[in-house]
Design a protein around this ligand. Sequence first.
Ligand code: CO
Length: 188
Amino acid sequence: MAVLPIVTVGSRGDELLRRPGQRVRDFGPELHALLDDMLETLREAPGVGLAAPQVGVAQRVAVIEYPADDEDPESPLLLFEIINPEIIKAKGSEEGQEGCLSMPGLAADVSRATQVVVRAQNRHGEEVRIKAYDWLARIFQHEIDHLLGVLMTDRADQVYRMQQTESGEWEAVPIENTLRAPTPSSST
Ligand code: CO
């Protein structure tokens, strides 16, 4: 396994973050190595979700690792490897503040569904269905967006720069959202 470099907005190769990933058809050793490397990269970061375009691979692959009970830090971590995922049901809506490993130092208020059903394939190509609620549902939506070339700032109601105060605490300072995906325009 290896820790892979994470592509960040504004760095070399960041156009991949704006491109939809390709459907995976080969569930062989190459995919398994990618998944293993992505998990190691996610843990090293550390983060709760990582999509293949964030490590320079234009494929519909993401890994998520999150506590089974998000109010109990001692609870076991659940690992999800999702390949060719699709949200087939979404319910509810809640705003929450997200971060992204490809946008270090930024946070964004994004409205997301509070319940989702995700249909995906596992590393062996078998179909899986995952029902997720609240913060885990948010992570699934954020990662699946990455596989469509969509970033949190595209959906953000407000973007923040994270800043450390003199006492060492982090605060979110509202900034203008200059990172929204450019919308095609016919104006000159
Ligand atoms: Co992200």
